[in-house]
Design a protein around this ligand. Structure first.
Ligand code: CA
Length: 746
């Protein structure tokens, strides 16, 4: 019989009539969690539970139901996109033939480890069910290092399609296929047409976007199909996809400017075909990495990928002989054929070779690939004996150096843009390898929830209004309070600004003065400026002075929040003068607290003098788990004089290999009497621990403490060139694995 409860609207009435005539089922509108629970208790095959439009705050939705193949049970929104689940909320469901659609999760986080779970208890799993047209947007726990999953798929034969997952900001895989029990293996799930939108750099392991299996069950079969999904700048860590089980297929997916790779971390018999990787020459963009046996990587298109080492365009790793499940099975009987690689820098064979990973690939093939590159003419790196891979029919541009002696035909570099906007080699070459049409297998518009925009959430500096701020007491604090994201606060040239309260930054903001005499800023608080979660700060043509600061140790001009910030920030300092931070000891220019992460910190063309602490203190992540505080750090064109501690101290401890940073560039600076304070703890003028990319050039030290390096794993690239050390000890380092050129001692 038809049950009509709480239905008033005519459009629903007609919908329900239709359902009634077609199969004696009901659609029930529920307006709160009690009505939802009541409806769940009574739900019959073919029924629909309709959640009323509006905000559902702090709800844990549990749906246990048994639908039938021809009478599925639906959980849906009154209007797709108008049901907002927020606060501490989640959804779990189990049974069979259940369809969940049209819901939006935002402005909250899950109180458990999962936002959407295809199970309601360890044994109650969802089978033959579907999640469709659902959004999870920044439903992130405020503690950035606290881990949770947004979607955890259990059971078998589930379909997850046309969903939007964007802005996961805390640790934890965005989307995981779980295989803890037999009932979740050989699952034949289909994951398709989803939009995996931007995910910020996590700065730690645990930022994967899609994972299938775990190392415990890696030799089990999942048989999951992942097709026609769009991965848009999913930059959490170096594994975009972490395949950790056997028998999975990745077909026709698009990876747009994603930092990292599709990694066959564990499991065998994986197929990776017809996928498109568009790096567009963005940093750390990678392609496909093979580990394990019987892997097939065919007919993929890779353009403009710049990643090196494990993040190369094509990577085949060395394995561990008799590897335990959580390490690296050697590559056996795998193939990488008919791929098109354009303007991508690195193809790495035998990557990761070391004492432990000593087994090179065997019985494998690399045939009929096209490799055309104009940026790096040494695209191949061989880390071990590659005689276990047969090379045949490959095509490479003639100016490239190739350590592989046979199996390659040289042709002139020739690349043009085809009518689909993609860079392609000459058609005759594509025909030769039978590649077919070079065209994206799926567009961004074809993926994700139909109603949800795919716009960027990041607001650029100086994209808002210009607001004049008069000199005086707390005028700057007031202006900040009334500012909008992207605004520019323009201070008076030569004006004096006193802060008697913290200047809190809650969104991207620029504080500057026009060219001319710098305004001077002083503060009576222990910190002048505090970057809070969501904040980002750009400073230009200003003067900070410590004269009015309190007479205690540990002041700072700028610091981050003391609490976890789950949104990455950036700090840009240009043409700024900082003087006399000396009212007491350990006065810092900038201090990053633990649980915060900067995409970038820049100090350019600035002058900083007479400071009792450090300029940049980025060493508060001390757990040695590969967590750190800044991705890109640049110091360029500055003078630092009479600084008791370091100009910069950056710390990334531990042996984790899942991240790119920190990356540090120091160029064209002068250091005079830096790092020589009597109570200075490291006794260095700059201290870089575990930095993955360090380039120091054209910099002069005078009467300063030494530069100190602590090199860890991950094959860090460390280059120090054209520097002068006057009255300054030579570089201190834990090991000599770095390049130096033209170091002048005076
Ligand atoms: Ca990882």
């Amino acid at each position: 019989m038809c049950k009509l409860l709480s239905i008033h609207r005519t459009k629903w009435a007609s919908f329900i009539l239709l359902l009634c005539f077609s199969g004696f089922t009901s659609a029930q509108l529920v307006k709160n969690i009690e009505e939802f629970n009541q409806a769940v208790k009574q739900v019959q095959p073919g029924d629909t539970i309709v959640m009323a439009n509006g905000v559902w705050r702090d709800v844990e939705l549990v749906l246990k139901a048994q639908g039938q193949q021809d009478k599925p049970i639906k959980l849906t929104a009154e209007t797709a996109g108008k049901v907002i689940i927020s606060g501490q909320s989640n959804l779990s469901f189990s049974g069979q033939y259940i369809i969940v659609e049209g819901l939006v999760f935002k402005d909250g986080y899950t109180p458990t480890g999962e936002v959407i779970a295809f199970r309601t208890s360890l044994d109650d799993l969802a089978n033959h069910s579907r999640l469709s047209n659902v959004v999870i947007d920044n439903f992130s726990h405020p503690e950035r290092q606290l881990s949770d999953l947004w979607v955890a798929v259990y059971g078998k034969h589930n379909r997850i399609d046309h969903n939007t997952f964007i802005n996961k900001r805390n640790r934890g895989v965005t989307f995981a296929v779980r295989m803890n029990s037999e009932a979740s293996r050989k699952n034949y799930h289909v994951i398709e047409y989803n939009y995996f939108g931007p995910r910020q750099v996590l700065g730690a392991n645990g930022g994967e976007t899609l994972r299938i299996g775990t190392s415990h069950f890696s030799r089990e079969y999942a048989n999951t199909l992942v097709q026609y999904n769009y991965f848009d700048r999913t930059n959490g860590e170096h594994e975009i996809i972490s395949n950790k089980s056997s028998g999975n297929t990745f077909n026709g997916n698009v990876f747009y400017e994603t930092q990292g790779t599709l990694t066959m971390r564990h499991g065998h018999y994986t197929k990776v075909e017809n996928n498109y990787f568009l790096g567009n020459r963005k940093p750390n963009t990678g392609g496909i990495r093979i580990i394990n046996e019987h892997q097939t990587v065919n007919n993929n298109y890779l353009y403009g990928l710049t990643g090196h080492r494990f993040r190369g365009a094509l990577v085949i790793m060395n394995g561990v002989p008799n590897s335990p499940p959580n390490r690296y099975d050697p590559v056996i009987e795998s193939e990488m054929n008919n791929n098109v690689v354009i303007d991508s820098d690195y193809i790495q064979l035998g990557a990761g070779a070391d004492e432990e990973r000593s087994a090179p690939p065997t019985s494998s093939k690399m045939h009929n690939n096209i490799i055309m590159g104009k940026y790096n003419q040494n695209p191949f790196t061989l880390f071990d004996d590659m005689s276990g891979i047969s090379f045949n029919g490959n095509i490479i541009n003639e100016d490239a150096n190739n350590p592989l002696k046979s199996g390659f035909n040289k042709v002139p570099y020739s690349v043009h843009t085809n009518r689909h906007g993609l860079k392609v080699p000459d058609q005759a070459l594509l025909d030769k390898i039978n590649f077919g049409k070079v065209k994206l297998p799926v567009s961004k518009a074809q993926t994700g929830a139909s109603y949800y925009p795919k716009k960027d959430s990041q607001i650029a500096f100086a994209s808002g209004q210009k607001i004049k701020v008069k000199a005086g007491v707390d005028t700057l604090v007031d202006a900040l309070k009334h500012s909008q994201p992207g605004d520019v606060l323009v201070l008076e040239n030569g004006g004096e600004y006193l802060l008697t309260r913290f200047a809190n930054i809650h969104h991207p903001i620029t504080i500057k003065a026009q060219a001319g005499k710098k305004p001077i800023i002083r503060s009576e608080k222990p910190s002048f400026i505090v970057i809070e979660n969501g904040g980002a700060l750009e400073l230009e043509n200003l003067w900070f002075e410590g004269r009015e600061s309190p007479d205690y140790k540990g002041n700072s001009v700028i610091r981050t929040s003391r609490y976890s910030m789950n949104i990455n920030y950036s700090l840009s300092v240009r043409n700024v003068k900082v003087t006399d931070l000396d009212v007491n000891g350990y006065f810092y220019f900038f201090k990053a607290h633990a649980g915060t992460f900067a995409d970038s910190i820049k100090i350019v063309d600035s002058e900083m003098r007479n400071i009792t602490g450090a300029i940049l203190e980025l060493n508060k992540e001390t757990d040695d788990l590969g967590v750190y505080s800044v991705e890109n750090l640049t110091l360029s064109g500055n003078t630092f004089a009479d600084i008791k501690e370091e100009v910069a101290t950056v710390y990334r401890g531990g042996f984790d290999e899942s991240t790119f940073g920190p990356m540090v560039t120091v160029t064209n600076n002068r250091l005079i009497n830096v790092g020589t304070g009597k109570t200075h703890r490291t006794g260095a003028s700059m201290y870089f621990h575990g930095v993955q990319k360090l380039h120091i050039s054209d910099t002069e030290w005078t009467d300063s403490a030494p530069l100190e390096l602590y090199l860890t794993n991950g094959e860090p690239i460390t280059v120090i060139e054209d520097i002068t050390l006057k009255g300054t000890p030579k570089i201190r380092a834990n090991k000599p694995d770095f390049k130096t050129k033209n170091i002048v001692y005076q």
